[in-house]
Design a binder for this molecule. Structure first.
Ligand code: PXP
Length: 239
């Protein structure tokens, strides 16, 4: 069964609009777990625009499933992760000005640095994933530098302007997924997935987990967070 990792960053984005304490990401995490989430994902950004250090600490203490920490390879964030020891770390690229992550991490140009970080995290017994584009060369390097998983970037598939482009992007992800499995890496995917487009990705052979945030939070505004998570879980199950 394909797992659902629920990204709760934007619960914290809403909280931070008024710089208060509601809605509480930890409360959201518990609801997501009750609704069937297999894991909770948060991105601790360098500018702390949504999730902050305290949230990660509280989540680590309270959640019953798995905590997946998305993060850049910057030294202070790596030091924080080594202290907290989440179940999983997913290394992502990060630009200050971006609205959201814009693509996969380029491990070809940053190989040495990323390899060091992977090794430091693995020494702490953290399972390490790297968020990359569906590109064979990036997958090769992920394997070489010791990643346990890759998370394939589905943003271009999700944002495709028409059916032809979407089909092409899906084929790229399908081929890349086959290659990931051939290299004996774990296979996750995410970014931009919603109730309409998720099944194409959930159907891919060997898919372990999908990390989904924004579309679930948007749906929650109308049907409640529990129901929104439950509906996504159903979509993935009935792919
Ligand atoms: N996976 C990764 C690596 C991400 O950076 C994000 C966005 O934080 C997601 C999944 C979730 O993307 P979305 O919010 O578009 O569902």
């Amino acid at each position: 069964m394909v797992k659902l990792g629920v990204n709760i960053d934007h619960i914290a984005s809403i909280r931070n609009l008024r710089k208060g304490v509601f809605p509480d990401p930890v409360f959201a995490a518990k609801i997501a777990e009750d609704a069937g989430a297999d894991g909770i994902t948060v991105h601790l950004r360098e500018d702390r625009r949504h999730i902050n250090d305290g949230d990660v600490k509280n989540l680590k203490r309270i959640i019953k499933t798995k905590l997946n920490l998305e993060m850049s390879v910057s030294a202070d964030i790596v030091a924080f992760a080594k202290k907290i020891v989440p179940d999983y770390v997913c290394l992502v690229p990060e630009k200050r000005q971006e609205l959201t992550t814009e693509g996969g991490l380029d491990i070809i140009s940053n190989k040495k640095k990323i390899e060091e970080v992977v090794s430091e995290l693995k020494n702490k017994k953290i399972v390490v994933s790297i968020f990359i584009d569906p590109d064979f060369e990036q997958i090769n390097i992920a394997k070489k530098i010791g990643a346990d998983f890759v998370e394939l970037h589905t943003g271009n598939y999700a944002d495709a302007k028409n059916k032809i482009i979407r089909k092409k992007e899906l084929a790229k992800i399908q081929k890349a997924s086959e290659y990931v499995l051939q290299l004996d890496l774990g296979l996750n995917a995410g970014h931009g997935l919603d109730y309409e487009n998720v099944q194409g990705i959930a159907k891919i052979r060997g898919m372990n987990e999908l990390n989904i945030g924004y579309s679930i939070i948007c749906r929650a505004v109308f049907v409640g967070f529990f129901q929104a998570v439950k509906e996504m879980k159903e979509k993935i199950k009935n792919k």
